[in-house]
Design a protein around this ligand. Structure first.
Ligand SMILES: Nc1ncnc2c1ncn2[C@@H]1O[C@H](COP(=O)(O)OP(=O)(O)OP(=O)(O)O)[C@@H](O)[C@H]1O
Ligand SMILES: [Mg+2]
Length: 341
């Protein structure tokens, strides 16, 4: 049997065989991969910048060797992905549309993440923005199954955050948790979109799924206000400035906190008004509101001020991938149990 992982309750290590799970949270800023190394059972997380460009010949030997490791082929076309693509491309150009998931670039990222995991015949766990998940969950699943010949499950991205909170690292509910008796909202603040889902008594309420502004909104706001001050920043610089609140300006650090605070307020208002509108009938009855994704750091304070039961996962950026992996392990365990019954 391929992709054997062993694990159990009393050992950190193995007692039961099961195929591997590889969770691929393909975001517009980065691909987050979460998996258990097949040979050791060790948990691994890789972050790969979401940059993909058609490959070309690199003449420098050292650079060419590095680029070879970051090259994958999709439908006969070789692509540079990750760090190599980021360095070789002049401007990264990830189309910000829902259709992106059917592109060769998207498949190139999945292939690279999968190759890095080294897993044989794994179950693939994938996420989609909440609104897209309602519309094309099945279509993406079929597309990926056809391309890789592997089993796949697709869920709305915030569902990963939910599972990262509810399940332990082998996919078993954490002590005291009964999924069917708990109700949660989960919010994933990403670069392209912020996504929300509602789970009532363990059931995903599809009608209350929504996607709204992502961190890109704050980046654009900051770039516009800096431009009014005569400062032109590219996207990457402006996104970094959101976190540092300063920029390097002719050899000096320049404090831009007031402009960053305004840009973040703009993003936060958009997200909190969407969440308020969608959850108005539910929020006070929920066990909590989970807020993850790399952008959670920007909105956490505003969320906490409004909703006292906000829960921020420990590793905000990997919460989606890690939760999807845990859910995959739970799914495999349930299947094995069914088969042996
Ligand atoms: N260490 C970091 N390096 C770069 N960006 C970071 C970092 N930590 C947080 N961020 C910020 O978090 C944002 C969202 O990150 P995340 O990885 O969750 O987005 P994504 O999954 O790529 O986007 P989406 O889900 O919308 O497609 C980034 O746009 C960036 O502004
Ligand atoms: Mg994301």
């Amino acid at each position: 049997m391929n992709g054997i992982i062993l694990f159990g309750h009393f050992h950190r290590g193995p007692i039961m065989t099961s195929p591997a799970t590889v969770a691929l949270d393909v975001g517009r800023s980065a691909l987050k991969v979460s998996y258990r190394e097949t040979s050791t059972g060790r948990l691994c997380q890789n972050l790969i910048p979401s940059a993909v460009i058609p490959a070309f010949k690199i003449t420098d030997a050292t650079e060419a060797e590095r680029a070879a490791k970051d090259t994958v082929t999709v439908h006969g076309q070789p692509y540079f992905v990750g760090t190599t693509a980021l360095m070789q491309a002049r401007e990264s150009d990830n189309a910000l549309t829902d259709e992106w998931v059917y592109s060769n670039e998207y498949l190139a990222l999945l292939t690279h993440g999968l190759n890095q995991s080294g897993a044989q015949n794994p179950l693939l766990m994938l996420g989609l923005p909440s609104r897209a998940a309602r519309l094309h969950r099945q279509k993406l699943k079929d597309h990926v199954i056809e391309h890789f010949g592997l089993d796949a499950k697709v869920m709305p991205q915030p569902m990963g955050i939910y599972y990262s909170h509810m399940l332990n690292d082998i996919g078993v509910p954490t002590p005291g948790r009964v999924l069917s008796r708990e109700s949660w909202a989960a919010v994933d603040v990403g670069r392209y979109s912020t996504d929300l889902i509602l789970i009532l008594d363990g059931v995903w309420i599809e009608q209350v799924s929504e996607s709204c502004a992502g961190v890109v909104t704050a980046v654009d706001h900051l770039r516009r206000s800096l431009r009014d001050d005569g400062v032109e920043l590219d996207f990457t610089e402006a996104e970094a400035a959101l976190r540092t609140k300063s920029l390097r300006w002719y050899g000096k650090q320049r404090d831009i906190s007031p402009l960053v605070d305004k840009a973040i307020e703009h993003l936060t208002n958009d997200i909190t008004s969407t969440v308020t509108r969608l959850l108005s009938d539910y929020v006070r009855k929920l066990d909590g509101v989970l807020v993850g994704g790399g952008g959670a750091q920007f909105v956490a304070d505003a969320f906490r001020a409004r909703w006292p039961h906000v829960v921020i996962p420990e590793d905000i950026r990997f919460a989606v991938a890690e939760g999807m992996r845990r859910s995959g392990e739970a799914h495999i365990r349930a299947q094995l149990k069914k088969r042996s019954a």
